[in-house]
Design a protein around this ligand. Structure first.
Ligand code: SAH
Ligand code: SF4
Ligand code: F3S
Length: 455
């Protein structure tokens, strides 16, 4: 093809943005755009942005400042750089982006990616493009076939959220909850596997609220558990994961899937946000701490080795020392393999932002440090307890050190494996290893490649 153009995509935020970035590349490939690593020399730069906390959103403006310089430098050579802001900041504050960075050519939200070819044509004519409405047609029907993502791929099955937790922008940036038909999901999974995927992570802001049409045209819906069972028919698919789940939507099908389906990995990210009923209520999470504990118990009864991960917010408006102590108590009782924790960040348009009782910044910082110490201790313990364990690692990339390869354990641990090419394995292989050492964020392992090793 003639007329190759260079496309640089930069991604912030959650895994859904990672998936969306790969889909935007798929949409733009037929127009001659090839992905490149260097923003300074690109014909088009897309910033795929995140609005979840203030810090995430503000990063975009400093990045746009840097890009302006590249754009001006290219213009001196007679070249035009198209700068596009996509993702959740575009959706939430598109007009503000245009006001603060008038050198941006295109602003469009997550539901408009299938319209990229038209938008690119408009921008090429010198028009300023802003698309932040929610188009009536589902974008998934209009996206081209996937171009592949490597051994561990993402696949969006559900998008948007109707839960309206009082701190969260997602219902505004991603819109109402929508589930893709299960037949489309299975077809995309087959495509991804044909293009080299061994593991697929099913994505949704509320993935376990999935209720896509059944493939038989009966008009019935499939739950996420049923979809996972359906995906076991995809030949060559060795591993399945899903994220992110809401405790309220952990139904029997899904819990049974963790017991019965061997390609479903023993790992679950199940955010609780707080260990205090008072705060959960103010957050509109619609479940109590006891409900969450019950879900954890049932899951562990179903799949005893399941590794749990979580999200926490500290310093939500009205959070007292006692509320925070309750969160610590929950963490101690459950025991997490890994977790993310954040200081509450007031977001425009959300109910909590305008409520009383905002917690002073130093108190938030102190609570976060205490919680993170505890979570790091638990993660380190989890990884150290793996020492001596044997399991398969899906090799995803080359490590920083000579001969080292990097992959994931069934429990989603990052695993550094010695040996690499010399030991006869490569990216995309499932390699049996034995864990040698454990750290806060990873484990190190050696391959078990002789018959005596695996006995
Ligand atoms: N759908 C997921 C969460 C998506 S957002 C769920 O229901 O749990 C990812 C995480 O960001 C959330 O779990 C929450 O811990 C954090 N988060 C969201 N809004 C936030 C805010 N305003 N301030 C701080 N953290 C926030
Ligand atoms: Fe946000 Fe998750 Fe709550 Fe939906 S369920 S509003 S995505 S935190
Ligand atoms: Fe961020 Fe949007 Fe994901 S706000 S966390 S990129 S859904």
């Amino acid at each position: 093809m003639t007329n190759h153009k260079k496309l640089h995509v930069q991604t912030w935020g959650c895994q859904m943005n990672v998936y969306d970035s790969s889909r935007m590349k798929d949409v733009l490939a037929p127009l001659g755009y090839q992905a490149c690593d260097n923003a300074a020399d690109a014909d088009m730069v897309i910033l795929n942005t995140c609005h979840i906390r203030e810090k995430a959103a503000e990063k975009i403006y400093s990045e746009l400042g840097r890009l302006r310089k590249h754009k001006d430098a290219l213009a001196k050579d007679g070249r035009h750089m198209v700068i596009a802001v996509a993702g959740c900041v575009a959706q939430a504050e598109g007009a503000e982006v245009r006001r603060r960075a008038p050198w941006v050519d295109m602003v469009f939200g997550p539901q408009a990616y299938h319209q990229l070819p038209d938008m690119v044509r408009e921008a090429a004519r010198g028009a300023r493009v802003v698309k932040t409405d929610f188009p009536p047609e589902p974008k998934f029907d209009a996206l081209p076939k996937s171009g592949g993502q490597g051994p561990a791929a993402f696949l969006t099955v559900q998008e948007g959220c109707d839960k309206f937790c009082t701190f969260c922008v997602v219902p505004y940036t991603r819109g109402a909850e929508y589930s893709r038909p299960s037949a489309d999901v299975i077809a995309e999974a087959r495509d991804l596997v044909a293009l080299g995927a061994r593991e697929i992570t099913l994505l949704g802001q509320n993935v376990n609220a999935y209720h896509g049409d059944a493939p038989d045209g009966s008009g019935q819906a499939w739950s996420l558990g049923r979809l996972i069972e359906g995906l076991t028919d995809v030949e060559g698919l060795a591993r399945l994961r899903y994220t992110t789940s809401h405790p309220l939507d952990m139904d029997e099908d899904l819990i049974a899937a963790h017991r019965d389906i061997d390609i479903l990995m023993p790992y679950l990210h199940l955010p609780v946000q707080s260990g205090s009923d008072r705060i959960l209520e103010a957050m509109n999470r619609r479940h109590k701490v006891a409900d969450y504990r019950r879900v954890v118990d049932v899951l562990r009864a179903s799949r005893p080795d399941i590794a749990l991960s979580c999200d926490f917010i500290v310093g939500f408006p009205g959070e007292t020392d006692q509320d925070f102590e309750d969160t610590l108590a929950l963490v101690r009782d459950v025991g997490y393999a890994s977790a993310y924790s954040f200081k509450y960040s007031p977001r425009p348009g959300t109910t909590a932002a305008s409520s009383d009782g905002h917690v002073p910044e130093p108190v938030k910082a102190e609570r976060l440090a205490i919680l993170q110490d505890l979570l790091t201790e638990q993660a380190t313990d989890f990884n150290r307890q793996s020492i001596g364990a044997q399991f398969d690692v899906l090799i995803e990339r080359v490590g920083k050190r000579e001969g080292q390869m990097l992959g994931r354990s069934p429990y989603n641990q990052a695993v550094y494996v010695d040996g690499g090419v010399d030991a006869g394995f490569a990216i995309g292989d499932l390699v049996k290893v034995r864990v040698k050492s454990g750290y806060a964020n990873s484990v190190a392992a050696e391959p078990l490649n002789s018959a005596s090793d695996t006995a």
